[in-house]
Design a protein. Structure first.
Lengths: 187, 217
């Protein structure tokens, strides 16, 4: 959490602020995979993920003058992206597909014996994530996919560490149940 | 069992002490149900953890850069472009005479206004805002170093160090043009602290509050 923005990142930010906006593309290149993946895991839709990740960078660019030296740039990006994803989910543009979950559960090909190509596992995980409430999904994505500590997640999501731990506890239980019902097993 | 479950999740979060961890591992050896619970959760988490990262579309960076807001073009540049841009004018005699008449009348009105001296008021230039010196104070007796960072210095933490006064008060004089500024104090180069005596506060949109200062002439 206390890790600071690297000095070369801060140099890039200063150069952007001084009018050399092309330097911002270096920051986008550095973080695009991370932001796109998180957006996809949160929204379960490639087009929406592309839009939200792009919006995240545009908002970061606009708010660059408010970025505080000493903060961590990636944490700031996570905050912006999570707010965008929350707004998107609240807007109801996504559809939480109960059918998708049912399909996952009943697909005869998805047996434990066949388990499972990386692609299948990834799809199954995504469908299971889609079935979680958004606040559970956030914790699973940040804690177990991005491997952030609870302090940093607390800063990103604006929730206390203890509340996040309870959320992670319930999210993991729910995720396990869905994946088990889908016949997915690993290890 | 509830307590076992709590311990199980603490185990998965790496929150157990070495002793608790050892005791929990022993407990799992003795309790096959607990072990199964652990294995199921660990299996689900392994799937999550090993999910590959997605690849952003190839045009992602280009698209972002295209969508960035453009800096507004200064009025002077727009005026220069307007004046120097090549153009073809179509005209007829009636329109030219009407334009000439309007121009002559306008020049006449303006020259009559400026022909009369306006006395002392004519000396007032106005318009140009002059910078004002503002003193900031912050009480932090424990701090070894305090600086102020804000939108007036692009939030650099070390550009504006404050001076320690008697009684643990830190001060700095800033010369700023009239306007509204957001700022924070930075203690020992790392802790961001909002000014408790600020005029007002502004949410920065990311869960923190900046102090707001209005500089008046």
């Amino acid at each position: 959490m206390n890790e600071r923005t690297t000095s070369d990142e801060y140099d890039l930010i200063l150069q952007c602020l001084n009018g050399d906006t092309d330097k911002f593309s270096l920051l986008v290149e550095r973080y695009k995979t991370m932001m796109y993946t998180i957006a996809y895991r949160m929204l379960g839709d490639q087009d929406a993920a592309n839009d939200m990740a792009q919006e995240c960078f545009i908002s970061a660019f606009v708010g660059l003058k408010d970025f505080r030296h000493g903060s961590k740039f990636s944490t700031w990006l996570y905050q912006i992206l999570m707010n965008k994803c929350r707004d998107y989910l609240r807007s109801g543009k996504n559809k939480v597909s109960v059918d998708d979950i049912a399909e996952l559960r009943s697909d005869p090909k998805d047996t434990p014996e066949e388990s499972a190509s990386a692609h299948q596992v990834s799809d199954a995980v995504q469908k299971a994530l889609d079935g979680l409430p958004p606040d559970y999904r956030e914790v699973i994505v940040l804690k177990h996919m991005e491997e952030l500590d609870y302090q940093e997640i607390s800063q990103i999501l604006g929730a206390s560490v203890s509340a996040l731990k309870v959320r992670a506890y319930r999210a993991r239980e729910q995720l396990r149940v869905v994946l088990e019902k889908a016949g997915m097993k690993n290890g | 069992m509830d307590s076992d479950r709590d311990m199980l999740h603490k185990f998965l979060d790496g929150d157990l002490t070495a002793g608790e961890r050892e005791a929990f591992l022993q407990r799992m050896k003795d309790d096959p149900v607990l072990k199964r619970e652990h294995d199921a959760l660990a299996s689900a988490l392994r799937m999550v953890i090993t999910s590959p990262r997605m690849t952003a579309p190839p045009a992602f960076t280009r698209d972002v850069m295209k969508r960035l807001p453009q800096k507004p073009v200064p009025v002077v540049v727009r005026l220069r472009d307007f004046l120097l841009r090549g153009r073809v004018l179509r005209w007829n005699m009636a329109a030219a005479l009407a334009t000439a008449a309007v121009l002559i009348m306008t020049i006449g009105i303006i020259s009559r206004q400026y022909a009369v001296p306006t006395g002392p008021a004519a000396l007032h230039t106005g318009g140009q805002e002059t910078a004002v010196t503002v003193r900031m104070n912050f009480y932090a007796p424990q701090a070894r170093q305090v600086s102020v960072a804000g939108d007036f210095n692009k939030w650099q933490t070390d550009a504006l160090p404050m001076s320690r006064q008697d009684g643990g008060v830190w001060t700095i004089d800033l010369t700023l043009k009239p306007g509204v500024y957001t700022y924070m104090f930075v203690l020992d180069g790392k802790a961001w602290v909002t000014d408790p005596d600020a005029e007002t506060y502004q949410d920065d949109g990311f869960g923190n509050k900046n102090a707001v200062m209005r500089v008046r002439t």
